[in-house]
Design a protein around this ligand. Structure first.
Ligand SMILES: C[S@@+](CC[C@H](N)C(=O)[O-])C[C@H]1O[C@@H](n2cnc3c(N)ncnc32)[C@H](O)[C@@H]1O
Length: 283
């Protein structure tokens, strides 16, 4: 298997595994935390009635449903994702919303054979950071877009700009040995953090007018330290490190996280900063 094929296969396994199941079971909580990101994507994408939209790595379908509402029944929305467990929930949500002009597809958005020039708009909330070969993936996506079609992506800036996801890891260093951080070209949560790399990918794929706008937010990770610790156990880097470890280690990690988050507890809950790029470009 080539390196690219093996990375893609590992991603498929990961996003269909128990390790990412909470993206489904905790969908409402995750959406609540990322409400400001969803709004920023809608503002940046500015979908109009009748447009055709691709949601890359649509997961459980939150952005897709917002797009469906915005484009209306004369438009079309397609969500593509490699995770069947997330798409199963997205299908239920589409059915409940009655937006028959929205649908999802199980496949790799980087290699799927889309009809050429079919989308006015391609969007994502955190669904583009895991491609095995991002330039090839975005070349494929660009071919599926109309001339003049717009790209509106939300991705994370580097780890140090995202204490909500990274700061608590120091609290469990005595329990787990973090693996070497992924290389700068490897997929991962912060793989689109470097603006130079983002430009290389999108310029390389043939997009023009690539622009990155920083977005600084506070993410509420829990109503209190106990809830924040539980959150850290199931999403992001902590969850990856702790997945499959003995219950005693996991319990010790939960306590360590809780002690860490106590220092951030305030009247409005536990909030920590997060930093994103809103990336736009034109075909
Ligand atoms: C961090 S989650 C975000 C999910 C969703 N966009 C949201 O905001 O809730 C990343 C998503 O990208 C999907 N993904 C990863 N690699 C992909 C690929 N090559 N093609 C399509 N989807 C992919 C994962 O399955 C997962 O649903």
């Amino acid at each position: 298997m080539s390196d690219t094929a093996s990375i893609a296969s590992n991603q498929r396994i990961f996003w269909n595994s128990e390790a990412t199941r909470r993206w489904v079971t905790e969908q409402t909580r995750i959406d609540r935390m990322f409400t400001a990101v969803t709004e920023a994507i809608l503002d940046s994408a500015a979908p109009s009635r009748g447009e055709s939209v691709l949601d890359i790595g649509c997961g459980t379908g939150t952005i897709l449903l917002k797009m469906a509402e915005a484009v209306g029944p004369d438009g079309q929305v397609l969500g593509v994702d490699i995770s069947e467990q997330q798409l199963a929930l997205a299908r239920q949500r589409i059915a409940a919303a009655g937006t028959t002009w929205a649908r999802v597809l199980l496949d790799d958005a980087g290699t799927h054979d889309f009809p050429a020039a079919s989308f006015d708009l391609a969007v994502t909330r955190f669904g583009v950071m895991f491609f095995a070969d991002p330039i090839a993936a975005f070349s494929n996506i660009r071919r599926a877009m109309q001339p003049g079609g717009r790209l509106a992506l939300a991705v994370f800036r580097p780890g140090p700009d995202n204490p909500w996801a990274t700061a608590s890891l120091a609290a469990i260093r005595h329990l787990v040995t973090p693996p070497a951080p992924p290389g700068p070209e490897e997929p991962g949560q912060f793989s689109w953090g470097d603006p130079g790399r983002v430009r290389r990918i999108l310029d390389g794929a043939g997009f023009r007018d690539v622009a990155l706008t920083p977005l600084d937010l506070e993410f509420k990770v829990g109503a209190n330290a106990t809830e924040a610790a539980e959150f850290a156990m199931f999403i992001g880097q902590g969850a990856r490190l702790l997945h499959g470890l003995p219950d005693t280690t996991r319990e010790a990690a939960r306590s360590a996280f809780e002690a860490f988050f106590t220092t951030y507890e305030g009247p409005g809950g536990v909030s920590l900063p997060g930093g994103l790029w809103l990336v736009s470009a034109v075909n």
